[in-house]
Design a protein around this ligand. Structure first.
Ligand SMILES: Cc1ncc(COP(=O)(O)O)c(C=O)c1O
Length: 432
């Protein structure tokens, strides 16, 4: 049935039936649920722990580190970046030799943006992003402008409504002087999703390369980097990929660009023959030149099983469920929260958003705290808060149920109508 044909219901039994009919519902049991009653709506920040990850990582610690010790480098670990990179490649529509699991998202962004700017600095002087981008990505770009001694300027495309950026707004920021367009595919705050193919084409038409940050879209929406002819991309594994806190990130470099681009960090794993220990740096050919250091094996290995679950469930199926669930959430939002001073902080059109929904309220922080720290015997509900007034509700179709959504929206309504948030101090935690 088309999602537009669904007649939503605002009672609990509707949610129960929707879970019963959900062909992906069995995946929920493949994750750890240590607190049975906890409703987790923050998989867009830190994904849940897959049960297999817990078992495999503990096996790795015992067998590969504990027993085999350094022999495990040759038998297993040395290929980890490429082997898991090749699995991520299947999620993002890339070739196996175009993706590496390595470093953090910010470091990968720095390496790839640098490489693009270095390649084009003789005849270009502009890099472009947008004002909705993740601030840390903008800091990295600002740092690069400084590093290139202001040979480049950073231009930010404006958003007309604070939620999304139109193609015209990107077009207005790009010129033939643009070396690089660097954007988040899905916005961290509003969940706005760019049309990757047309934006990439727009940049290419001006002679610019494109670097997409896929942190909020990988594992949440189907991505086709090769079909869209994307040059460069980075992304993280601890959100929808369920890779674990601070887990290794990934980078993608289109095959034909790999030997033309330079990694700014000339470290041994980027060398053609790291274990020759030659005194001269010789960049590796192919994707390996974008490696840096010894892989943090425990955290890198932990990413594999979450990725396997996504591949098994299929990104098209997951996207279909995510759209149904976010539309259901919006139905309840319109019915219960809009009349209670909430406004929607995400695009209305499901094709233009990722898999989280942001809702805005002047008391957003204290409402979030009331969800996390209920005074009575209500269930604990964990969303997250983004300044100044956004509550982000992450829908992660591998384990979010329709009942989770129903109960979250119902409880938010209760908190606001009874002004329960007034019992919260409003003093901000470091991580919100
Ligand atoms: C869109 C985006 N880019 C980059 C980062 C930074 O990632 P890291 O801390 O792994 O460098 C994040 C972190 O949440 C993010 O959401």
């Amino acid at each position: 049935m088309l999602v537009s044909d669904i007649v939503w219901g605002d009672n609990f039994s509707f949610a129960e039936q929707a879970d019963y009919d959900d062909c992906l519902s069995a995946y929920r049991d493949k994750f750890m649920h240590a607190e049975k009653d906890l409703i987790y709506m923050d998989g867009n920040s830190l994904g849940r722990l897959p049960l297999q990850t817990r078992d495999k990582v503990s096996q790795l610690v015992d067998e590969q580190w504990g027993k085999a010790l350094i022999r495990s480098w040759n038998s297993d670990w040395i290929d980890l970046n490429r082997r898991i990179g090749a699995k991520i490649a299947r999620l993002i529509g890339a070739k196996p030799n175009e993706v590496l699991l390595t470093d953090s998202t910010s470091i990968n962004l720095f390496k790839l943006a640098f490489a693009s700017m270095k390649m084009q600095c003789a005849d270009k002087n502009r890099i472009v992003s947008d004002e909705l981008n993740f601030p840390s990505d903008l800091y990295v770009l600002q740092g690069l402008v400084d590093l290139f001694e202001s040979q480049y300027e950073l231009v930010l495309a404006k958003s007309h409504n604070g939620i999304s950026v139109t193609e015209d707004e990107i077009r207005a920021a790009i010129s033939t002087q643009t070396a690089l367009l660097c954007l988040s595919h899905v916005s961290f705050k509003t969940a706005f999703k760019y049309e990757m193919s047309s934006i990439t084409r727009l940049a290419h038409d001006s002679g610019a390369q494109v670097l997409w940050d896929l942190s909020h879209s990988v594992g949440a929406v189907p991505i086709k980097l090769n079909d869209c002819e994307v040059d460069l991309a980075v992304g993280c594994t601890y959100k929808y990929l369920n890779g674990g806190p601070g887990a290794s990130a990934f980078l993608y470099v289109r095959e034909d660009l790999q030997d033309q681009l330079q990694n700014p960090i000339w470290a041994w794993f980027a060398h053609e023959n790291p274990f020759d220990f030659s005194a001269e740096f010789e960049p590796a050919s192919g994707i390996n030149r974008f490696l840096t250091s010894t892989t943090p094996v425990l955290s890198a290995a932990a990413t594999e099983y979450g990725i396997d679950l996504l591949l098994e469930a299929g990104m098209d199926n997951l996207r279909q469920k995510s759209i149904r669930q976010t539309e259901y959430l919006l139905y309840l939002f319109n019915k219960w929260l809009k009349p209670n001073d909430f406004i929607l902080g995400s695009p209305k059109n499901p094709q233009s958003r990722g898999s989280h929904i942001s809702i805005c309220h002047p008391e957003a922080y204290r409402i979030t705290q009331a969800l996390i720290h209920p005074a009575g015997d209500q269930k604990i509900i964990i969303p997250d808060f983004r300044s100044p007034n956004y509550i982000r509700l992450g829908v992660t179709p591998l384990y979010t149920s329709y009942k989770d959504i129903y109960q979250s929206m119902h409880r938010i309504r209760e908190i606001v109508e009874a002004k329960e948030y007034e019992r919260q101090s409003g003093v901000k935690d470091v991580v919100t």
